[in-house]
Write a protein that binds this ligand. Structure first.
Ligand SMILES: O=C(O)CCC(=O)C(=O)O
Ligand SMILES: [Fe+2]
Length: 324
C-alpha cells in the first residue's frame, strides 16, 4: 500500500516503562544503551549556542535569513484512554512503546502517541483520544498553525540559499503528510545507562518540536560532542529531517539527536513531522548541483519506507541513497 509503513510483528514488552518507573525497578537489559562515541550519557553540557531565530522577521530581515541559513547548515537544529487508543502489533499509529523489530534492539524509555494529522481524510479517528474532550480541536488547530509555519520556513530556507521561493515547498506535492508524536518519558533509575530516545535523525522534511516547559532532555551532536538543547519558554525547536538534507543536496543538515532520561521528573514533548506526498519523487534542487558540488543523493519516492527498511536492518537510510 503506497505511503504506509507496515511494521514487522511487534513483540510486546512484559511491562510498560511507566509501570517500571513507578515501581522503581531496574531497567531490563533491552533498555541498556551501549557505549557511544560522543561521550558518556551524563556529561553533556546545556548549550547556549543553539540559535534562536525570530520567524516573524524572516521576510523583512536579511540578517535573520542569514542566521537561519547558518543555523541549518551547521548543527541543523533551531520540544483507560490509552488502552482505547493503543497501537496494534502491526500498526505504527496509536499509543504504545517501541516497535520491536529485532532482539538486538536497544529500547527507548518512552511511551508515545503517534497519529497522522494530514491529509485530513487519512486520520484514524478511533485512535484520537476523546479525553481531554478538546484534544481533537486543539490538535487540529495546532497542526494547521504548524503547517503554515513549516511553509514559511521552507520558503525562507529557499530564499536563504538564493533559490526560487517554492524550490522546497513544491517538492512536497499535492498531499503532503503530517504526523504528530506525543512523547512521554517517565523518570528512570539509570539515566547513565538508559536513553529516552536512541540517537537518530528524523526521516521528515522538517520537525517542529514543542519541548517540555521545565525538563531538559533533548541533545544534539555539535562539533563531535553531545550538547543539551535548553528549555526556552514559548520557543519551538525546529529540526531538519533527512528529506530536507536530500533536497538541499546536503547543504542543510539533518542533525543526529537523542533524548536522555533523569531520575526525578517526567518529561513530555510534542513533535510534528511533515513529509512529501509518498507518490511524489523528491531530489536535490538543480541549482544546488554543479561541477564543484555534484549530486549527493539520487531521487527517491516514499522515503518513509526506505527509512523503515533500513531501521529494521540497523543501517543508516541516507547512506543507501548516496551517490558515489
Ligand atoms: O522528545 C524530544 O525532545 C525529541 C523526540 C524526538 O527526537 C522524536 O520524536 O523524533
Ligand atoms: Fe527525532
Amino acid at each position: 500500500m503506497a505511503g504506509v509503513v507496515v511494521p514487522a510483528e511487534g513483540v510486546p514488552l512484559p511491562k510498560t516503562v511507566q509501570e517500571m518507573s513507578i515501581n522503581g525497578e531496574e531497567p531490563p537489559p533491552q533498555f541498556l544503551a551501549k557505549e557511544n562515541p560522543f561521550g558518556a550519557l551524563d556529561s553533556s553540557p546545556t548549550s547556549d549556542s543553539v540559535p534562536l531565530i525570530d520567524i516573524s522577521i524572516l521576510s523583512s530581515s536579511d540578517d535573520e535569513l542569514e542566521k537561519l541559513r547558518l543555523a541549518l547548515s551547521s548543527s541543523g537544529c533551531f520540544q483507560e484512554e490509552k488502552q482505547k487508543c493503543s497501537r496494534a502489533a502491526h500498526d505504527v499509529q496509536g499509543y504504545g512503546h517501541d516497535l520491536i523489530v529485532s532482539d538486538k534492539q536497544v529500547l527507548d524509555w518512552c511511551s508515545r502517541l503517534f497519529l497522522r494529522v494530514f491529509p485530513e481524510n487519512q486520520r484514524r479517528d478511533n485512535l484520537w483520544p476523546q479525553i481531554p474532550h478538546d484534544f481533537r480541536d486543539i490538535l487540529h488547530e495546532y497542526s494547521m498553525k504548524i503547517k503554515h509555519l513549516m511553509n514559511v520556513l521552507f520558503e525562507a530556507m529557499a530564499r536563504s540559499l538564493n533559490l526560487e521561493e517554492k524550490s522546497f515547498s513544491d517538492q512536497f506535492g499535492e498531499q503532503p503528510v503530517m504526523q504528530v508524536r506525543f512523547n512521554f518519558y517517565p523518570p528512570c533509575s539509570r539515566p547513565d545507562m538508559v536513553l529516552g530516545v536512541k540517537p537518530h535523525t528524523d526521516r521528515s522534511g522538517i520537525t517542529v518540536l514543542l519541548q517540555d516547559k521545565e525538563v531538559e532532555g533533548l541533545q544534539i551532536i555539535k562539533d563531535g560532542k553531545w550538547i543539551t538543547v535548553p528549555v526556552l519558554p514559548d520557543a519551538l525547536v525546529v529540526n531538519l529531517g533527512d528529506q530536507m538534507q536530500i533536497m538541499s543536496n546536503g547543504v542543510l543538515k539533518s542533525p543526529v539527536h537523542r533524548v536522555v532520561t533523569n531520575t526525578e521528573k517526567l518529561r513530555m514533548s510534542v513533535a510534528m513531522f511533515n513529509e512529501p506526498d509518498p507518490e511524489k519523487e523528491i531530489g536535490p534542487v538543480e541549482q544546488l548541483m554543479d561541477d564543484n558540488k555534484p549530486r549527493l543523493y539520487r531521487n527517491v519516492k516514499n522515503y518513509a519506507v526506505i527509512n523503515y527498511e533500513c531501521f529494521q536492518k540497523g543501517i543508516v537510510a541516507l547512506e543507501t541513497i548516496k551517490i558515489g
